[in-house]
Design a protein around this ligand. Structure first.
Ligand code: 13P
Length: 364
């Protein structure tokens, strides 16, 4: 029976809680730089840079050597496996760079999405094989938190019961394996923005998905105080003709989370899901401005919406490294203000601030 269980040892509970709280500390969020080799390849392709190990290294080195002010806004960095074991051009380990900047390293541990047979193109996420062994090694090598992304698609008949149950269950298995190895699991059930659905439908689907997720986490005895949630913000579908104000979408997001996420969870670190840099910052700020109860820290774990301007300014050119780092610093500062509800819309002028980041059926 799932009512018979043992709490994790108190020291492990405290350790997980401390990591989770440090990652979602007030006014701080996560730089998601955990693009797989093929995904970073698409980003590099977009700026005319070849997807070689050296170029990936140069790019990530640029991110992690940004001015120290970055750690006023960024608490942790999500990494892909390759980066954890990579060294800089002059032989320093990437993990050492993060330590110097007081940035907490996190690791993407899922191995990508696969199709669920008999569904309308629905997916689940793989990576449980050897996960405990991998988590134990990552912890020894300095990682403190992990991420696993599941995707759910809104359509006429989706997400299906099967997809919601399977994805919730695999997220819960992942979360319990991480915690057993001292890593804080970031639980990421992303409801994709693809589709022409209304804001109301997006809200109801996200609520239902989260209800499945928290039931599964409970069934698997996951210690919620030592977890973080990485959800989508609730918005109308990308091809919907309906127009909603950011504040209405923010209200829908907070209502959805209030109904489904227990207050024991310390932080909610949103993904940016294809919004422009500026849209994601404004939405995060509006979410934090919604009046009423919000018992968790509401912050960012943006990938595209933190890196679009950086990539464009850098474009593989050594002499542009400093300027690209300034773009990162500016957007990180803006998102920090948004996490505190104080961002002035339009005040952060990134070169790609308004560039659409939407990718159909986005994979990571
Ligand atoms: P985006 O912010 O680009 O949607 O990335 C989300 C993510 O899962 C990165 O870890």
């Amino acid at each position: 029976m799932c009512t018979h269980f043992h709490y994790p040892p108190p020291e492990l509970q405290r350790e997980l809680e401390q990591i989770a709280q440090a990652v979602c500390a007030s006014g701080k969020g996560i730089l998601a730089a955990d693009e797989s080799t093929s995904t970073i390849g698409k980003r590099l392709d977009g700026i005319g840079v070849k997807n070689t190990e050296e170029n990936r290294r140069d790019y990530r080195e640029l991110l992690f050597t940004a001015p120290a002010e970055l750690s006023d806004y960024i608490s942790g960095v999500l990494l892909f496996h390759e980066t954890v074991y990579q060294t800089t051009a002059d032989g320093k380990s990437m993990m050492e760079l993060l330590r110097r900047r007081k940035l907490i390293p996190g690791i993407k541990v899922d191995t990508g999405v696969v199709s669920l047979m008999g569904t309308d193109a629905e997916k689940t996420t793989q990576g449980l094989d050897e996960l405990s062994k991998r988590c134990s090694q990552y912890k020894k090598d300095g990682c403190q938190f992990a991420k696993w992304r599941c995707v759910l698609r809104i359509g006429l008949n989706t997400p299906s019961y099967q997809a919601m149950l399977e994805n919730a269950n695999v997220l819960a298995r992942y979360a319990s394996i991480c915690q057993a190895n001292g890593l804080v699991p970031i639980v990421e059930p992303e409801v994709l923005p693809d589709g022409d659905h209304s804001l109301e439908r997006a809200q109801k689907v996200t609520e239902t998905v989260l209800a499945f997720v928290y039931k599964a986490l409970h069934d698997h005895h996951v210690h919620l105080e030592g977890t973080l949630l990485k959800p989508n913000m609730v918005t109308a579908g990308k091809t919907s003709r309906l127009v909603y104000r950011a504040e209405d979408q923010a209200r829908a997001t907070v209502a959805c989370l209030m109904r489904c996420v227990p207050p024991a969870v310390p932080g909610i670190t949103f993904l940016s899901g294809g919004m422009t840099e500026e849209e994601a910052t404004v939405m995060l700020c509006e979410i934090n401005k919604v009046r009423g109860k919000k018992p968790w820290s509401l912050t960012f774990s943006f990938g595209r919406a933190l890196q679009a301007s950086v990539l464009r300014v850098w474009a593989g050119r050594k002499e542009q490294v400093f300027a690209a780092q300034q773009q990162l610093l500016n957007r990180a500062r803006a998102n920090s203000q948004a996490a505190l509800g104080t961002y002035q819309s339009g005040s952060c002028k990134g070169v790609a601030a308004q560039a659409d980041q939407f990718i159909k059926n986005h994979e990571y």
